[in-house]
Design a protein around this ligand. Sequence first.
Ligand SMILES: *Cc1c(COP(=O)(O)O)cnc(C)c1O
Length: 356
Amino acid sequence: MERPHNFSAGPCILPLEVFEKASQSVVDLDGSGLSILEISHRSKAFIEVMEKARELALEHLGLKNKGYKALFLQGGASMQFLMTAYNLLEHKAGYLDTGTWSANAIKEAKQFGEVIVVESSRSQNYNYIPRSFEIPNDLDYLHYTSNNTIFGTQMTTFPNPKDTPLVCDMSSDIFSREIDYSQFGLIYAGAQKNMGPAGATLVVIKEEILGKVTRAIPSMLNYKLFIERKSMFNTPPVFSVYVSMLTLEWLSRNGGVASMEKRNRKKASLIYNEIDRNPLFEGFTAKEDRSMMNATFRLKDPELKKRFDNLWVSANINGLNGHRSVGGYRASMYNALGEESVKVLIEVMRHFEQTI
Ligand SMILES: *Cc1c(COP(=O)(O)O)cnc(C)c1O
């Protein structure tokens, strides 16, 4: 059977060769006769996996030898909503509210100190990224969500006039484009959007921003401790780290972040051109804030939904339904999604236009 064109928002598509190698290693890791799932996380073989994954993550972000450490933690990106605040928020933090995930991060941070929402696009159902806002000059850190997975908006610049540590949730666009990652003090990303299976969260931290809060931090939530223990304080999510490593190796073989950006730009321009051209559809977000990763759109006439849904389902397309808070459709086009899948979707949209 041909594999479906998978536009799922997360967990999402990964390269087929990664799935194949991972499934092999579940039975026999590199000819050892043992499964990746049954070896000790303290074994030489697994320590190599963890170190490789940490190193490749820094390498692909251009952060090697720049004072950063990469960790693979558990609890998803949602755990980072509180862990960042636990480790960094002493007095006051600023947050830009650009979607559900930002709002969740704000809610958690409020338990640890004063939270200033520097601006919010909530009243417009988060269909744009606020551009002009004031940033107080006494923040412990400023938090952004680089890509709003649910609404389909993406930040292109990260205002920081005061040299405040920037904390960024990059769950849904990490490794998808070239930006200056060294402008951030802390980056976090749940693996399941663009890197691996659910279960691990990548956290990349500039070490110098730590150690500034006075509260006691429980071991399992303490970045410093996880840095000291090379991300092995307790049993790490071994399979998720392993598959993330495979994806990062795939990224190396395929030109790295620069080449992903080219591919992602091409896919995004193809789909948005069709959304704008096709009289039956309209985009959800402000054009200048459109996400390369998650394209949100809807039918101008909702009555046509059943007919369109039947068409894309029979074209072997999966995961196109929008998030319940937005409705309509969402085409998630992460690194591993091929251009041909986007072309199939566009064909379906054109065919639909002709049959109406
Ligand atoms: C999916 C997502 C999250 C939540 O991730 P979990 O790993 O499920 O906690 C947070 N932020 C963004 C931007 C996301 O896309």
